[in-house]
Design a protein around this ligand. Structure first.
Ligand SMILES: *[C@@H]1O[C@H](CO)[C@@H](O)[C@H](O)[C@H]1NC(C)=O
Length: 404
């Protein structure tokens, strides 16, 4: 018990041992050089650790699509093919539509082959489950003169969505206009994607491309799809989701002209591409009308669309004293890590390791100091001046000189 306490009340002091060895000397300096290079090159210059960073970018996106297409012998304009119409950062351009006109509430046969039947008993298994187009009634009725189908209650006639139609190919030439304003709240810095260098006349005729017009805010749909490495025909037929990413990486220590957006494009629903169960992107909506005597009827539209999601991300950095100091302290401390590595090598792998260990770990007990009276103070002093110099000859053996 007592020995535990005396073991605890001890003090370790650092005693420097100078080792004059080419091997360990070179290792020591190389390790220090590597650590300094890492901090200066990577941490300070590349990662800009002297800056504080604002990643909470605030952004607003407005979009506008332009172009005319022809579909089912009708000229389609923006109000027909863009949904929702508000011009938000997420919008759909409808490329293909399956319309079912004049649907009234009532009873009618289903339209899918899995509802084929010959007797009412074939249809009872669908009771109390949702059908494809309405609530099954359990009866088997004539679909046409030769075919019978289970009956449903709902909007009739039921939609037949297996017919093949071709998409509106003009969509490829439609243009998307994107207006994006951003703000970095930490620095109260605002900017928009219309750079000061962009003139009115340039915007009227420019089209974005990745080489010459990297800041033009008008994008041709065909180009966006191509940059996302997709085939326009397949996408227009099945529908899909394309991401237009706007990145703002700004170094606010530099001039304002160097804080610019960078655009990139990707397909976001990559999973539905591989998956055969639910390929592409489609949705349904209806337009409602009233007959003269007040009954509602509707036109149901199943729309295949390319959805565009405009995603804005970014961060800005600016010089600040606190991270600079913290990282400088970390850098200076880390230079000492080299000592640990050199010690490991010296204590284990070099010739003369035993001698070095003996010099490095010397026990000083305090009992002789008691008898010496003022010995404690002297002892500490002498430890500080007690430099051991180890020299290694080229043969690898050490010579140890000790000065007191
Ligand atoms: C798109 O426009 C180009 C020229 O402006 C034209 O040659 C091409 O036929 C158009 N594509 C479609 C699908 O209308």
């Amino acid at each position: 018990m007592w020995s535990c306490i005396t073991d605890f009340f001890t003090y370790e002091t650092t005693k420097s041992v100078v080792v004059k060895s080419w091997t360990i000397g070179i290792i020591n300096r190389v390790v220090q050089l590597l650590i300094i290079t890492y901090f200066v090159g990577w941490v300070f210059l590349y990662e800009k650790a002297y800056q504080i960073r604002d990643t909470a970018i605030e952004s607003s996106v407005m979009t506008k699509v332009k172009g005319f297409g022809v579909y089912n012998n009708r000229v389609m304009d923006v109000a027909d093919y863009v949904t929702p119409t508000q011009g938000a950062s997420v919008f759909c351009i409808i490329t293909k539509m399956i319309t079912t006109e004049n649907q009234f509430q009532g009873y009618c046969p289903e339209s899918e082959t899995k509802y084929n039947c010959t007797h009412d008993s074939d249809c009872t298994k669908f009771l109390n489950k949702p059908g494809s187009n309405g609530i099954p009634t359990g009866r088997c009725v004539h679909f046409n003169s030769s075919l019978m189908m289970c009956e449903i209650q709902g909007w009739c006639p039921a939609e037949i969505d297996t017919i093949t139609t071709s998409p509106m190919m003009e969509v490829e030439n439609f243009t998307i206009f994107i207006k994006n304003s951003i703000r970095f709240p930490t620095f109260n810095y605002t900017k928009g994607n219309f750079l000061p260098t962009i003139t009115d006349s340039y915007i009227k005729k420019c089209n974005f491309d990745l080489v010459n017009n990297t800041y033009c805010p008008i994008f041709r749909v065909g180009d966006v799809v191509r940059y996302a490495q997709q085939n326009f025909n397949i996408l227009a037929n099945k529908g899909g989701v394309i991401g237009i990413k706007i990145g703002w990486i700004c170094d606010l220590d530099k001039s304002d002209d160097e804080c610019n957006p960078s655009y990139s494009f990707t397909r976001l629903d990559a999973m539905s591409q591989k998956n055969a169960v639910s390929p592409g992107y489609n949705f349904r909506f209806a337009k409602y009308y009233k007959t003269e005597n007040g009954t509602d009827y509707r036109t149901l539209v199943k729309a295949y669309a390319i959805r565009f999601d405009v995603l804005v991300n970014g961060n800005a950095g600016k010089f600040n004293m606190i991270p600079t100091l913290i990282n400088m302290v970390a850098a200076f401390t880390s230079v000492g890590v080299g000592t640990v590595l050199c010690d490991i090598i010296l204590l284990n792998f070099l010739k003369g390791a035993e001698q070095y260990k003996a010099k490095k770990f010397e026990e000083v007990s305090d009992s002789p100091l008691h008898s010496a009276g003022d010995g404690l103070y002297r002892s500490q002093l002498s430890l500080r001046h007690d430099e051991t110099i180890m020299k290694s000859s080229d043969s690898g053996a050490f010579s140890i000189e000790q000065y007191s």
